[in-house]
Write a protein that binds this ligand. Structure first.
Ligand code: SF4
Length: 482
């Protein structure tokens, strides 16, 4: 079934964090030179992998849960407009206000205007990939509003004037002494003799954040799920900071990607089992906050839901590529990816790193703007095996490689190969051509320019001693003589 939400447009340029300023190979090259980064990544991904593997092995019906999650997501994509309208109706009935944002510009303008109307010049934030995607912090700062990240890792990234490098552990590239230095340098009111002992660092962050929670009247969050049948939003997190943001302020603004809607409460049951085991390696998520509109006298008295497109309709319009919208942001594919483990998240240039980033970002921006990302994979398939909603990332990568613009020399070479393969005699002559034999002799050195780009990242295999045709002819001759 084809589903359209208006005219599918890709995410606009010049706003947000979906495009890097270097190609993946350029950025990865720099990252590979950082031994400390690689040590941090190896340790963190190996730890999460083994914890997650242990708790997944406890569930005898894990594969059935994955199949259910995959089927539910496919169903959501097939009737997304209807579910979103149902969600809008239920949220409005419950006292919330729903805003539709076609892109990052619109979403930033909506949120900025809503915060301004409260009179507050500061907002507290729950970790949210959607708001990073649209560059909300930068937009708020430009409007004179200070956003304060309250997730510990996000706070480290924000105070370090840095960018997240993992979906779940945004500061995975930092070790504890680096974090101590960042806190000493940038955390207001911090003890100048702060040590790098983890409990001491956590206590410093807690003290700073608690004061901020109690004195800020507006919060901005993302959402992990939204239930269409009741208008209920859900945020899952591990530190309790999200619970504080979602309950203490007067005004709550939630920015949610369109694809996060699920039809019913019963569907949440599947995802709330899949997500914690795949992401943090926990049996249950520590803090799962759910709310439906506004409850008089309890929690925020003003609730706004911003439904964000920003390229998602364009992804949905591709019947193959839309699988990338099934993602529940567990980060399991990052933790098993041999490429991610060596390069880290910054090399992907987008807020969405790792295998899911390699298929989601190019589709949100248009493949031409992130053309190197579909190649940021060895196609080993570990991401597919790990994904709790069975997104076939390797097939998506190949699909996007076919849509990526190819260099002129490569296109010319492929056209020439297609011409020859259509003409058996010409093909046979070409095989015998002395030039081809010379090229074959270049094993280990790659093809000469202008084709050298194609072999820069691949070995050029030697041509066999004899071609299939020669072998076949010799065999036929031998049979005749026998
Ligand atoms: S693609 Fe799958 S494994 Fe990767 S983050 Fe999304 S849900 Fe998790």
């Amino acid at each position: 079934m084809t589903t359209f939400l208006g005219m599918p447009a890709t995410a606009p340029r010049g706003v947000g964090q979906l495009r890097g300023d270097r190609t993946f190979p350029q950025a990865a090259h720099a990252a590979l030179g950082d031994a400390q980064l690689r040590r941090n990544l190896r340790h963190a991904t190996a730890t999460i992998r083994s914890r997650s593997g242990r708790v997944i092995a406890e569930l005898p019906d894990w594969q059935q849960l994955r199949a259910a999650g995959s089927a539910l997501k496919a169903d959501v994509m097939a009737r997304l407009p209807q579910l979103l309208q149902q969600l809008e109706a239920r949220v409005s009935e419950a006292g919330g206000v729903v805003h539709w944002a076609a892109d990052a510009h619109e979403a930033n303008a909506i949120v900025t205007d809503l915060v301004r109307r409260t009179g507050s010049d500061r907002v507290i934030k729950v970790k949210s990939m959607a708001t990073q995607e649209i560059g909300l912090n930068e937009a708020l700062e430009a409007a004179g509003i200070t956003p304060v990240e309250t997730d510990l890792a996000e706070l480290i990234v924000q105070l370090g004037d840095d960018r997240p490098s993992h979906i779940l552990v945004p500061a995975i590239h930092r070790n504890r002494s680096e974090i101590r230095d960042i806190f000493r340098r940038s955390m207001p009111g911090v003890d100048p003799d702060l040590t790098d002992d983890p409990p001491v660092l956590a206590a410093a962050a807690r003290k700073y954040l608690r004061e901020t929670f109690l004195s800020t009247t507006v919060a901005v969050s993302g959402a992990n799920f939204a239930v269409a049948e009741t208008g209920t939003l859900a945020v899952v997190e591990s530190e309790g900071n999200g619970r504080m943001c979602l309950t203490l302020p007067d005004t709550l603004i939630t920015v949610m990607g369109l694809e996060k809607v699920v039809p019913t409460w019963a569907d949440l049951e599947v995802f709330l089992q899949l997500l914690p085991r795949s992401s943090t390696g926990e049996r249950m998520n520590p803090y799962t906050s759910m709310w439906t509109g506004v409850t008089p006298g309890d929690g925020p008295q003003n609730f706004h839901l911003v439904l964000l497109d920003n390229g998602r309709s364009a992804v949905l319009a591709d019947p193959v590529g839309r699988q990338a919208l099934h993602c529940i942001r567990c980060s399991a594919c990052l933790n098993v990816c041999p490429v991610y483990e060596r390069t880290g998240g910054h090399a992907y240039g987008s807020v969405y790193p790792g295998p899911i980033g390699a298929v989601l970002s190019p589709q949100l921006t248009g493949v031409a703007d992130n053309a190197s990302l579909p190649y940021a994979s060895s196609l080993c398939g570990a991401c597919f095996d790990a994904c709790p909603v069975k997104i076939d990332i390797p097939s998506l990568l190949v699909h996007l490689r076919n849509r990526a613009p190819h260099p002129r020399a490569e296109r010319a070479m492929m056209r020439a190969a297609a011409y020859l393969m259509d003409r058996p005699r010409a093909y046979a002559r070409a095989q015998r051509a002395a030039k081809l034999a010379r090229i074959a002799g270049r094993r280990g050195r790659g093809l000469p320019p202008p084709l050298s780009g194609w072999t820069a990242g691949r070995d050029l295999p030697p041509l066999p001693e004899q071609t299939f045709r020669d072998w076949w002819a010799r065999r036929a001759r031998a049979a005749e003589e026998a």
